[in-house]
Write a protein that binds this ligand. Structure first.
Ligand code: CS2
Length: 492
């Protein structure tokens, strides 16, 4: 790769004509958005929408902040923030250079630079993709976890925060002290009513610092959003393929699918980019879209990830090809999830479900089951458990959803069906391992996991129908193995 020039402002003009590139002068772009969590998802989604509208209004460039590692900054800063978005399906690949990220900051290295940028009145939106666990909340209730080590730290040292809520509250405190208006908060994570959840969290954190600050934070805008685009982690093979197509080196291209959706509650008192010009939909009710997406897409994704991983499938497309899997997922969506969704007038849910199945089959994206399996404790409540609660209340069956939950329980045991260790990544991994260590029988292990209140709440473990369904599914899965369990579920 070293003989290629590096992607940058200087080499942009020399790229092959087939590669799309910014349709505006990057030198005139100001910073109007600070984005916390400048990972692949943001770069394939919100940054791409923003890139498409900067020609209309150059005030909305993005300052991309990493809250943990310097890797993204190290890759992109020498490229002037430019990166390639490779859009792939089974037939073709199109390449586009995205230019909306004009600054890269690494919070642990220089928290003051991040706070100064967030406090700059030219910044009118602070958006986030920090994943579920980045909210430092209790997934079952949506409340701030006041015992979270980063929150404890940020309360003790508000002027040098670590957590996303800590940065937001300190930046708002500085704006308030300076007499500047607040920014609009824009959560782009896969949480139901993500804007309200975020606002509750930051309001609580602010109030713990200072009551008057809490009251001020309680007035800021924090619209909810539904975000959707499948973005697997970039591999070295992807880097090599993109460099060959560009005839330039890009240290961190992002791979994605053609599909993209963004539904946003329109509540931006300080202004916003005209993202609708790039296909975003502004509405007054995001909740129904969020429920549809989280339950159908992410609920299926997690089920595919745990069952697929256990059955030896490395990617989602491989998991979809396991005998019985597609029937299992299609049946779960149509019969167990769809009936729980609020109506969305004008939306063809059957077509939406069919499109999901075909997106999951996309072999051009190597979306690893292991990647999606991560952080299950933070994902299960909104992906599977809320749906199950609705099914229980309706007295309706939910055996496929129960199998998905059981597959998570089997997965977090940390040993696969061939006896090999599973690298379980989850903020609760240590606690889960300690809970399971003294236990042997699948029912005992399952019962112990059901006792984790942050995941299952108080109600589900006390519900006999739920307990029996999940524990029976776990025993069946353990006894006969994931491949056979999937095959049987696909037939039912
Ligand atoms: C996935 C999501 O990693 C995961 O847990 O389910 O990242 C999924 O790909 C996106 O939500 C799609 O919009």
């Amino acid at each position: 790769m070293n003989q290629c020039p590096r992607l940058s402002n200087a080499t942009l003009a020399g790229l092959p004509a087939t590669v799309a590139r910014p349709a505006y002068d990057r030198r005139g772009v100001g910073i109007g958005i600070v984005h916390l969590g400048i990972g692949a998802f943001h770069r394939a989604h919100q940054a791409a929408y923003t890139d498409a509208v900067l020609a209309h209004d150059p005030a909305w460039g993005i300052s991309g902040v990493s809250l943990r590692s310097p890797e993204t900054r190290d890759a992109l800063a020498p490229q002037d923030g430019l990166y390639t978005l490779a859009v792939r399906d089974d037939e073709r690949q199109t390449l586009r250079i995205v230019g909306s990220v004009v600054e890269l900051l690494v919070a642990p290295e220089n928290p003051q630079a991040v706070l100064a940028r967030m406090a700059d009145p030219a910044v009118r939106i602070v958006s986030l993709t920090v994943t579920e666990k980045g909210y430092c909340h209790k997934p079952a209730t949506g409340e701030l976890d006041e015992a979270h080590p980063d929150i404890v730290h940020d309360l003790a040292h508000p002027e040098r925060p670590r957590s996303a809520p800590g940065f937001i509250v300190e930046a708002l405190a500085r704006r308030r002290a300076a007499g500047a208006p607040p920014f609009t908060l824009l959560s782009c994570d896969n949480l139901p009513t993500n804007g309200s959840v975020l606002k509750r969290i930051v309001t609580r954190l602010a109030a713990l610092r200072d009551e008057a600050l809490g009251a001020w934070v309680a007035t800021i805008a924090s619209p909810s959003t539904m975000v959707d685009r499948i973005v697997p982690a970039t591999t070295d093979a992807d880097r090599i393929a993109v460099a060959a197509a560009l005839a330039a080196e890009d240290r961190w291209p992002v791979m994605t699918e053609p599909f993209s959706q963004w539904v946003i509650e329109d509540d931006f008192p300080a202004g916003r980019p005209a993202w609708e010009k790039a296909g975003a939909v502004f509405t007054t009710d995001v909740a129904a879209f969020e429920a549809m997406k989280l339950r159908l897409l992410n609920g299926s994704h997690s089920t595919l990830a745990y069952l697929g991983y256990l059955a030896g499938a490395e990617t989602v497309a491989e998991a979809m090809a396991l005998p019985g899997m597609e029937a299992l997922v299609a049946g779960m969506m149509a019969e167990e999830i769809a009936p729980t969704l609020p109506p969305l007038p004008g939306l063809d849910l059957a077509a939406y479900r069919a499109a999901l199945l075909s997106r999951f089959r996309n072999r051009a994206l190597r979306h690893r089951t292991w990647q999606i399996a991560m952080d299950g404790s933070q994902k299960l409540p909104q992906r599977l458990l809320g749906t199950i609660r609705d099914r229980l209340a309706a007295g309706a069956p939910f055996q496929r959803l129960a199998l998905g939950v059981a597959a998570w329980m089997r997965y977090v045991q940390g040993v696969d069906e061939a006896g090999k260790a599973i690298d379980v990544r989850d903020p609760l991994a240590g606690r889960i391992a300690a809970l399971l260590a003294p236990l042997d029988a699948p029912e005992d292990r399952g019962a112990a996991l059901l006792g984790i209140g942050e995941i299952f709440g108080e109600d589900l473990p006390a519900d006999q129908v739920f307990r029996e369904a999940v524990l029976a599914a776990l025993t069946g899965l353990t006894d006969r193995g994931a491949a056979a369990a999937v095959e049987a579920a696909g037939r039912s």
